[in-house]
Ligand binder design. Structure first.
Ligand SMILES: [Ca+2]
Length: 113
């Protein structure tokens, strides 16, 4: 399966009804936040990771202002134990959050049915 994020968007954006979808936009945001927070590096160090969760996930996650809580979260994500959060490790967090949203929506639906 071929994925083409840039050419298709560029070619069609101005000339046709093509608009990036909500889901495509969400994926771009998730990736873009990692890339800009990593400031050109491949992984997030503790400070970059804390800023990212504080600024972008502070509404849904508790204790993002607490440096020790963020450190604990980082330790949980840091699979290769290099003290940094790689993109893959960051995706574990995104997957966890997506899963928790899905679970809460399922529960809400079950409760109202
Ligand atoms: Ca790591």
């Amino acid at each position: 399966m071929k994925v083409d994020w840039f050419c298709r968007e560029k070619q069609h954006y101005e000339t046709s009804a093509y608009r990036i979808s909500k889901m495509e936009s969400a994926i771009k945001t998730v990736v873009g936040q990692f890339v800009s927070s990593a400031r050109g590096k491949e992984s997030l160090n503790k400070d970059n990771f804390q800023k990212l969760v504080q600024r972008q996930l502070g509404n849904i996650m508790a204790d993002t202002d607490s440096s020790s809580a963020v450190k604990d979260m980082m330790r949980g994500l840091d699979e290769n134990q290099d003290g940094k959060v790689s993109f893959q490790e960051y995706m574990t967090l995104i997957g966890y959050l997506a899963n928790s949203l899905s679970e809460s929506k399922t529960k809400t639906q079950t409760a109202t049915n």
